[in-house]
Ligand binder design. Structure first.
Ligand code: ADP
Ligand code: MG
Length: 259
């Protein structure tokens, strides 16, 4: 049985895609069978995995509108070891088209049941909004991983996200829970980073992952080489942060009940 996690935060530029791609690669290195689902029409996760979004034979778009299975549309990553259900701009159209379809919130969930036995972990990269696409991600998932920058405004957005997760839990998906908050782009020299980090721990207790992802330029450079940072420069601080995080996540899953 696969565990499905969405990496969500309705803010843009907070490290969702970087987290999804690097966590996928790190989990692969730790022996997990991983599928990454790119649910963002920008296709950044697709490109960051070394797959050209301009030449996709099939994408998550066809899967959501029922024209392709996940197995048919997913591709292996050239360097990462995991598989990717890729996305490109075509996916923006799904937002409108889904409205007229049956079980519109559950299209991704339904499609993923066919590959349940093929992967240990499915990671879904969401767009920076609480759209129909993100809703499909949340309805498919067992849990949400929330990457956060330790800045003052980060906390403000968080309550909106937590409220949305509660609504999805109540209306569509009772198995959904917040798995944890991941501190990313962390700069230990900044007082504010330290303070916000402490506030997070006070509010959310052990929901805050112990692993911390530092601000590290190698993580930002890796996508232009079409590789996860974890593969591009495994010894960098950023890569080591993600491998540590992957190990902590696997540990945390052991204590999560099945469904
Ligand atoms: P999102 O998917 O939430 O929009 P991204 O993962 O695309 O965010 O990250 C936004 C930008 O920040 C990208 O240019 C990315 O390379 C950079 N970035 C993300 N995490 C880090 C990090 N830990 N250190 C340095 N740069 C980072
Ligand atoms: Mg992104």
């Amino acid at each position: 049985m696969s565990r499905i996690f969405v990496v969500a935060n309705q803010k843009g530029g907070v490290g969702k895609t970087t987290t999804t791609v690097n966590l996928a690669a790190a989990l692969d290195q730790l022996g997990q069978r991983v599928l990454l689902v790119d649910l963002d029409p920008q296709g950044n996760a697709t490109m960051g995995c070394g797959i050209d979004k301009r030449t996709l034979p099939r994408s998550v778009y066809q899967v959501l509108i029922g024209q392709s299975s996940v197995a048919e549309a997913a591709q292996p990553t050239p360097h990462g070891g995991f598989r990717v259900l890729p996305a490109n701009r075509e996916l923006a159209g799904a937002e409108v088209e889904l409205v007229d379809l049956d079980r519109r919130e559950l299209r991704l969930r339904d499609a993923l049941t066919a590959v349940d036995a093929d992967f240990d972990v499915v990671l879904v990269d969401c767009p920076p909004s609480l759209s129909m696409l993100t809703l499909n991600g949340l309805c498919a998932a067992h849990g949400v991983i929330i990457p956060m920058q330790c800045e003052y405004y980060a906390l403000e957005g968080l309550s909106d996200l937590v409220n949305s997760i509660k609504k999805v839990h109540a209306n569509f998906n009772t198995r959904l829970k917040v798995i944890g908050l991941l501190r990313v782009m962390f700069d230990p020299r900044m007082m504010l980073s330290q303070q916000v980090s402490e506030q997070l721990s006070q509010h959310f207790g052990d929901k805050v992952f112990k692993a911390i992802i530092p601000r590290n330029v190698r993580l930002a450079e890796a996508p232009s080489h079409g590789m996860p940072g974890v593969v591009f420069d495994p010894l960098s601080k950023g890569a080591r942060g993600y491998v540590e995080f992957a190990a902590e996540l696997i540990e945390r899953l052991r204590s999560l009940p099945d469904d």
